[in-house]
Design a protein around this ligand. Structure first.
Ligand code: AMP
Length: 472
């Protein structure tokens, strides 16, 4: 499947593949550009390629060209601090950043698509490359270092085969799909590969425009979007506008959710406004290639506390529950983080398995995901390890101890805010701490409140009393 990407692009002919603002590229134009860039990437080297950009057409071309050139790509969100990017370069040994922005890092070539084509067109030497990974997506890591999830061509193939043949999406060819997630989040794997392999048109929204609701409404309306791919956090924002309803947006036929808990109350609100829209709840971690199970939420499911996240009969991998934990086993499951040994992933009779850390249960062949067994949270759709924030706080000169907790919305699993408690060894204030922290971690991970305290309470086991702190 993924090996015939160039053919798929070529066969799409004059259909628009990607549009953002007034920039448009057809399948055939994309084929030409990917052919050229992938050829030049084969001459540049064999290392993984960092793609540092937003939602522009060149980012899409760079991603697809890396796939064709068998150069593993690493999409990096444009707001990632330089410190984290340098850590990623060191770990992946990448020698190339493709970007249109002004970024200068000594150790690597930082080139735009045009620069690469110009520089390598006269080079005739191709490198052999037997790399097995399609991409590496970095997620928050509890030690304070981001974790590189390595997704192989085999993983991606399995995902594409599964998602493009699902009954739920039988009628989803040649439609318009909204792509709002950054390419560095694995939700966008759905935007990109589902759409291309179903011969759809992708309509992108830049990360700046995504936070401007009226712009998002305008893009949906002007482009007659049929299929929205998003987190539940995103639809809650869209639903703030009373005019966001079926009458005003008749083109919307599907709403696809993944990445965090979809609340019953949210679906009820959607169904009040959009009677004919299909609401799809999908589940899966980055480690198992975007999502591994999904189902359409029917009205009859809305009288329960939790919504199902999949149907066992149609999942992409085998799903087991062991000690209340969801375990995924199969071809979509990764075979490890880059450079990190963990007992969360293992092989069983040659099959890749991953202990998700998600609390799950299976009832009448439906899968439910009701929370986490650890300190990983979802905040505004972002995956965050609280330990990541704590360990980065501890890197700041003057901070002695740090504990990060979150506050939940009315006894639910929905995180309302992140708060840090710190003790200090010299006279520093919270403005200084936030400024220093922003050099280390992305802005969405910075605690809304940082409280400097004399001491942090300890529980009977001698550990920080997170429970007590959460209740304060
Ligand atoms: P990510 O790797 O960013 O896609 O995050 C994966 C995690 O998001 C999972 O391990 C779950 O904790 C959570 N998640 C994903 N989909 C759902 C869903 N439909 N319902 C509840 N939690 C979800």
């Amino acid at each position: 499947m993924i090996d015939n990407l160039l053919n798929v692009l070529q066969e799409g002919k004059d259909k628009i593949l990607y549009k953002i603002d007034n920039d448009v590229i057809t399948y055939n134009e994309c084929y030409q550009k990917v052919l050229e860039l992938s050829n030049n990437l084969k001459k540049q080297g064999t290392s993984p390629i960092i793609i540092y950009g937003d939602k522009d057409i060149d980012t899409v071309i760079s991603i697809l060209s890396s796939i064709v050139a068998h150069r593993c790509y690493i999409p990096i969100y444009k707001c990632t601090p330089l410190y984290r990017i340098k850590e990623i370069i060191k770990e992946t040994k990448s020698n190339l950043i493709i970007t249109n922005t002004e970024i200068n890092i000594d150790e690597v070539e930082c080139l735009s698509v045009n620069d690469i084509n110009k520089k390598y067109q006269e080079v005739f030497n191709y490198y052999e490359n037997d790399n097995k990974y399609a991409y590496i997506i970095y997620t928050s890591g509890s030690t304070g270092k981001p974790k590189g999830v390595q997704i192989s061509y085999n993983n991606l193939n399995n995902f594409i085969k599964w998602v493009t043949t699902l009954n739920e999406f039988k009628e989803c060819s040649k439609i318009k799909v909204l792509s709002q997630a950054s390419f560095s989040f694995d939700l966008s794997v759905m935007d990109l590969y589902f759409s291309i392999y179903k011969n759809n048109t992708i309509i992108g929204i830049s990360s700046d425009d995504r936070s401007n609701l009226s712009k998002v409404y305008e893009v949906i309306k002007e482009n007659n979007i049929n299929f929205l791919i998003m987190t539940p956090t995103f639809i809650k924002l869209l639903l703030v506008g009373n005019e966001f309803n079926e009458e005003k947006y008749p083109s919307i036929k599907y709403m696809f959710f993944c990445g965090e808990l979809l609340e019953v109350s949210t679906v009820k609100k959607i169904k009040e406004r959009f009677k004919n829209v299909k609401v799809i709840n999908a589940y899966g971690p980055t480690e198992a290639t975007c999502c591994v199970s999904l189902l359409e939420i029917k009205d009859s499911m809305l009288d329960k506390e939790y919504l199902p996240v999949g149907n066992l009969y149609t999942s992409a991998v085998k799903i087991d529950i062991e000690d209340n934990q969801i375990i995924l086993k199969g071809d979509s499951v990764f075979d490890g983080y880059l450079g990190i040994v963990s007992d969360n992933y293992y092989k069983e009779n040659g099959v890749n398995c991953y202990k998700t850390g998600d609390i799950g249960l299976i009832k009448e062949d439906y899968l439910y995901c009701t929370g986490r067994l650890d300190n990983q949270i979802k905040y505004m759709g972002y995956r965050i390890e609280l330990g990541d924030i704590e360990n980065n706080l501890l890197k700041i000169d003057g901070i002695k101890e740090a504990v990060v907790i979150c506050k939940y919305k009315d006894n639910s699993n929905i995180v309302k805010l992140i708060k840090a408690y710190v003790t200090i060894s010299k006279n520093i204030n919270t403005t200084y701490i936030k400024k220093e922290l922003s050099k280390l971690i992305p802005s969405y991970m910075i605690p809304k409140i940082i409280e400097i305290v004399d001491s942090i309470p300890i529980n009977n086991n001698g550990k920080y009393d997170r429970k007590k702190l959460s209740e304060l």
